[in-house]
Design a protein around this ligand. Structure first.
Ligand code: ADP
Ligand code: MG
Length: 345
């Protein structure tokens, strides 16, 4: 891959402090007066994969879109800090955001067909990105597009480059989307449910591809998924979201093997593949996330929590519960207090 575009200002190409490629603090997002993200802190370092999990509607995609400066005019966005690759997204104008996107920051969405132009050949779509960002003339862009298709392991890339999206399988189309994302040699890749629309066997191939590109290029990656198997396979750290707030964070091993928040425990209990083969019953999370939960001054999970108590009506700050670990629940997990002492797993 080529290095970053020489046309961008040095200050804008540098990542944030310590190679931090995504840095949000107190991120708030609202649509039409209803707040859907309430004070999210999120950091991704270069070379690190951070997972964002939580059920549908908890605000994951909104966070990713905000990190790309892609939320439309209908959204209100506020934050103490909202920086991607050293660029302040809150104060940047449309041109600075345009230069950031597809260059230092790229995104892969769930459904490849929505990201691709159905009327344009694959090769031309990859080449277009290279030309828009001033990386290549017409012929160079065409050659480079084939190289990128090859890099995402599309067989016969010269032939495929002349095909239209509908001539490719879903997995191949997602590879094209990844090739487009990689065209700018990004420092940060935002992957929002990148394999959810694909068959299970194809999912594994795409995840493997993403992981190897991430490692090869030392990218930071924010991986959004509701699939805890995907998160386990891919992520160094995890943040669990519920109703617009982060309720737990830590390394993937810590969060998924010794969850501290009742919501994380409920998520794990609801996943078939995480159960032992002779396993216990699957437990659905009772009730649904509602707008009332988002407005609740106390714990937002209280109406659905199996261990709700009087203390849960008080506001629950995100507490440090160990090195690099946080939880938004006042309870100490029973097992850990009796068997392991306080929060040093
Ligand atoms: N453009 C939009 N206009 C209005 N409401 C939106 C818009 N995008 C998302 N929302 C609402 O914001 C909430 C969070 O959505 P989203 O960020 O897509 O969650 P997730 O990705 O976790 O499923 C949902 O209630 C959703 O309906
Ligand atoms: Mg989403």
């Amino acid at each position: 891959m080529t290095a970053g575009a020489p046309t961008t200002a040095p200050a804008a190409t540098a990542a944030g402090a310590g190679g931090r490629v995504l840095d949000t603090s107190g991120l708030r997002i609202g649509f039409g007066g209803s707040e859907v993200v309430s004070g999210v802190d999120l950091r991704v370092e270069r070379g690190e994969v951070v997972g964002l999990i939580g059920e549908s509607g908890c605000g994951k995609s909104s966070v990713a879109l905000a990190a790309m400066g892609l939320l439309g005019p209908g959204a209100s966005v506020g934050a103490d800090r909202l920086e991607a690759c050293g660029t302040d997204l809150l104060s940047s104008g449309p041109r600075a955001l345009e230069s950031l996107r597809g260059d230092r920051v790229a995104m892969v969405f769930q459904e490849p067909m929505t990201s691709l132009n159905p009327c344009m050949r694959i090769g031309a779509q990859v080449a277009e990105v290279l030309r828009i960002h001033g990386r290549a003339n017409r012929q160079e862009a065409r050659d480079r597009a084939v190289e990128l298709l090859h890099a995402v392991e599309i067989p016969s890339p010269e032939r495929r480059a002349r095909q239209f999206p509908h001539e490719l399988s879903g997995g191949m189309r997602q590879r094209v989307v990844i090739a487009i994302a990689m065209a700018g040699n990004p420092q940060l890749l935002l992957a929002d449910e990148p394999t959810t629309a694909l068959d299970v066997t194809v999912q594994a191939e795409i995840l493997h591809l993403l992981r190897s590109l991430q490692q090869e290029h030392g990218m930071g990656m924010l991986l959004i998924s509701h699939d805890l198997g995907v998160i386990t396979a891919m992520c160094d750290r995890v943040q669990v979201m519920y109703a617009g707030q982060v309720v737990e964070s830590g390394t993937t091993g810590q969060v998924l093997t010794a969850p501290r928040h009742p919501y994380t425990r409920a998520l794990l209990a609801a996943v078939p593949r995480m159960r032992d083969a002779d396993g216990g019953r699957l437990t659905a999370i009772r009730g649904q996330l509602t707008d009332d939960d988002r407005r609740r001054p106390g714990c937002r999970f209280a109406s659905r929590c199996p261990s709700v108590a009087e203390a849960c009506t008080a506001p629950q700050p995100l507490r440090e519960v160990g090195a690099g670990r946080t939880s938004r629940c006042w309870r100490e997990p029973e097992k850990e207090t009796t068997t392991k002492g306080d929060g040093d797993e």
